[in-house]
Design a protein around this ligand. Structure first.
Ligand SMILES: *[C@@H]1O[C@H](CO)[C@@H](O)[C@H](O)[C@H]1NC(C)=O
Ligand SMILES: *[C@@H]1O[C@H](CO)[C@@H](O)[C@H](O)[C@H]1NC(C)=O
Ligand SMILES: CC(=O)N[C@H]1CO[C@H](CO)[C@@H](O)[C@@H]1O
Length: 264
């Protein structure tokens, strides 16, 4: 609710990823606060969107209007409660979890769910959950920083063209955003592309006062993205995170232009 929506949607970015949501033990979905002055909001409950009109309108506005460059919206989530809910009651269309994700997709006009699991790494339940999301109409994306084997097994199992067993969902995992900062600072996009068998979108962390050593100016981002892209052509590039762009008084335009010039 605090971001500069106008700047975000007019600076050349084609995709925005909302960080982050999580599943409660009963299958309802919460939108977590990550910034001072905002609080956690319950956004779906028992199959109904309950996050309020103002929030829905703000999120929907990213893809609307003749001035936007954004055509894709994702929500990023951890894997809390995925395993227990996939065991019981499971992923069927009449479950609370399924109906909640269906309601949220509609309320926010979402395109994909992004898996930012950094701790649980349970392959079987993640595959079942992703297929459930595929049935609802979401694409599924990954944002690894480590544990290559886990992510390779997801891509292998989810991109066979048989999502959910009820008709083909080709390329359910259609994007991988590779964290190339902080815990993932040593990641080489080319090696990950070889392991996963698909191109990735490396992410760098913008200038940030929380871990200045990880900060990347627009000029530095340009050098890093071009060098990686020359060695092994990438699917694009991206940034963590917009809060820091605003807090640090940085320019969305400058960061956006780096991407549109290297990945036209
Ligand atoms: C949840 O929604 C279902 C389907 O609309 C309804 O049958 C059920 O009564 C609801 N449960 C609660 C606790 O509101
Ligand atoms: C874009 O939308 C604005 C506001 O609705 C309108 O005033 C303007 O004429 C539109 N521009 C184009 C090029 O359609
Ligand atoms: C200013 C600030 O602290 N920004 C964020 C930088 O990124 C970390 C996580 O990687 C966040 O926890 C901070 O809020």
């Amino acid at each position: 609710m605090k971001s500069n929506t106008a700047a975000l949607k007019t600076s050349g970015f084609n995709t925005l990823i909302i960080f982050g949501v999580g599943i409660l033990d009963n299958g309802d979905i919460e939108y977590y606060s990550n910034t001072p002055g905002s609080k956690d909001v319950l956004i779906t409950s028992n199959g109904t969107y309950v996050g309020g009109d103002a929030l829905a309108e703000k999120v929907r506005s990213f893809k609307t209007g003749n001035d936007t460059t954004v055509d894709r919206l994702e929500i990023s989530m951890n894997s809390q409660h995925v395993s227990t809910l996939m065991t019981s009651p499971g992923p069927a269309a009449n479950t609370r979890l399924y109906r909640n994700f269906q309601a949220l997709k509609e309320a926010w006009n979402l395109d994909a769910v992004n898996n930012d699991d950094e701790s649980l790494y349970d392959t079987a339940s993640t595959v079942a959950f992703a297929k459930m999301l595929g049935q609802i109409g979401y694409k599924y994306t990954l944002s690894p920083y480590t544990n290559t084997r886990f992510w390779v097994s997801l891509v292998t199992q989810l991109n066979k063209g048989t999502g959910g067993g009820e008709g083909p969902i080709d390329q359910l995992v259609d994007r991988v955003y590779l964290q190339c900062y902080d815990g993932g600072a040593g990641n080489n996009p080319g090696s990950w592309q070889t392991s996963l068998g698909m191109k990735v979108v490396p992410l760098v962390w913008v200038t940030n006062d929380s871990k200045p050593s990880q900060g990347t100016t627009a000029a530095q981002a340009r050098s890093r993205f071009s060098a990686w892209n020359q060695r092994s052509p990438l699917a694009g590039g991206g940034y963590w995170n917009d809060f820091d762009i605003e807090k640090m008084g940085l320019s969305y335009q400058e960061y956006g232009e780096v991407l549109t010039s290297i990945f036209p």
